[in-house]
Ligand binder design. Sequence first.
Ligand code: SF4
Length: 144
Amino acid sequence: MLEAASDAAARFEGMFLTPKQANALLAEPRFNIYDNPEAFLTCNNDPAKALCHPDRTSPGGSRDRPPAIDRCDPACGNIARTDSHIQSLQAEITQLTEEIASSLTPIPLRGRLSACRRHLQGIADRHQKTRIARSDTGNEVDRR
Ligand code: SF4
């Protein structure tokens, strides 16, 4: 994702695009980025790897479809996360922790909330271990 952003800046920054150039930009697979804040991620849509479309490799399967972010699979290789996603995720972990500690939360629900918190904490830990820093953007990204 960082590489694509860097390439896009080098090729298009400050330019006015003709309709033909704009269409070429939209057709560039590396620039097909979909934000999915509910899942704390960005989808760098490569249709060949899109786990939300199980028929992606079948002969009749369309590779032109946008990603189905409502069916996003956490194992998909198209997932990227920035530090901003992880900040939002940490806020969610804090909220879950408060709900788990509340005496008003039923015990069965606490178990489900704890499982959700563990899942999110695993994502945050993995991001810390795998993030890639780029000094020219100031952002850090991991590929899952
Ligand atoms: S599974 Fe998620 S990350 Fe993968 S292509 Fe679909 S929406 Fe994008």
